[in-house]
Design a protein around this ligand. Structure first.
Ligand SMILES: [Fe+2]
Length: 287
């Protein structure tokens, strides 16, 4: 039997370290197995993929996400979008389409990785930009393979077996305390712990797994663990290992939560609209 040939995609790196733009792929009608294999290969290699502006209805976004695996239904049900519980819609527009002045989720403004507060964490996140502001509202990415590679040997050794506690209630309350989780949501999402240095299940490369949902360190006094998490979260962001994406409406961004952190930047919530819909594909238990 002939080996399946993987079609060659038009892929242009966005920075020397991470991110690539893919041209010529229309996701609305679905992608065949060969194109999907090429996209997945690029996803593992470049960590962040950008698809050029296109019309992508919610159902087609969910269908594309399902190619990667099981799609998360988020515990924060107030964000479910357009009749699709798999989609998490972030919008500052009111029912008349006017900017409300309220940021829908300030937790997104700090470096984090999606679903690290869960036992099975996020694999891919896929965001589609419906409405984008003229300034701000960018999405930034930081390479966590590079963050690990830049640690000096003493830090590598220190972190080797260390585990961090990730807690959605902690990060939500800290960043968006006026709209906290309900008791039922908290019960559904108790704190979990994950290794700080993880091995990517497909590439086999080691990377740092932390971010804003990390609260403290297993086996350390709480305050010492908190301080160390803060120190590490600052230490692992290197400006030359980031990609800063300024949105054009209709673009789609796809990234690997296992080896990048991301955050959104602020925008003028009272004057401009920003509407994005996101879905997160579940991955595995980090090791
Ligand atoms: Fe996120």
């Amino acid at each position: 039997m002939a080996a399946r040939t993987v079609p060659k995609l038009d892929i242009q790196p966005l920075t020397p370290h991470l991110g690539a733009r893919i041209r010529g792929v229309r996701l609305t009608d679905g992608v065949d197995d060969g194109v999907f294999a090429a996209i997945y290969d690029a996803f593992l290699r470049h960590q962040v993929l950008l698809f050029e502006p296109q019309d992508l209805p919610p159902a087609a976004q969910v269908a594309f996400a399902r190619r990667f695996g099981e799609v998360q239904v988020h515990v924060m049900a107030q964000y479910h979008a357009d009749g699709h519980p798999e989609l998490y819609r972030l919008s500052n527009l009111d029912e008349q389409g006017r900017p409300s002045g309220k940021h829908p989720d300030r937790g997104t403004l700090a470096w984090h990785t999606d679903g690290s507060w869960s036992h099975i964490t996020g694999q891919a996140t896929i965001i589609y930009g419906e409405v984008v502001p003229s300034r701000g509202g960018e999405t930034h990415f930081a390479d966590m393979y590079g963050a690990y590679e830049r640690l000096d040997p003493a830090w590598r050794q220190r972190l080797e077996t260390m585990r961090a506690v990730h807690n959605l209630d902690f990060s939500r309350t800290r960043r968006h305390g006026e709209d906290p989780m309900t008791e039922a949501q908290k019960r559904e999402r108790p704190p979990v712990d994950h290794p700080i240095v993880r091995t990517h299940p497909q590439t086999g490369r080691r990377c740092i797994y932390l971010g804003d949902h990390a609260e403290t360190i297993v086996g350390m006094p709480y305050d010492d663990g908190r301080a160390l998490v803060e120190q590490l979260n600052a230490m692992i962001i290197h400006p030359d290992l980031t990609y800063e994406h300024r949105w054009t409406a209709g673009e789609l961004l796809l990234w690997d939560n296992r080896c990048v952190l991301h955050k959104a930047t602020a925008f003028d919530e009272a004057r401009e609209g920003r509407v994005v819909r996101r879905c997160t594909v579940l991955g595995e238990v980090p090791h």
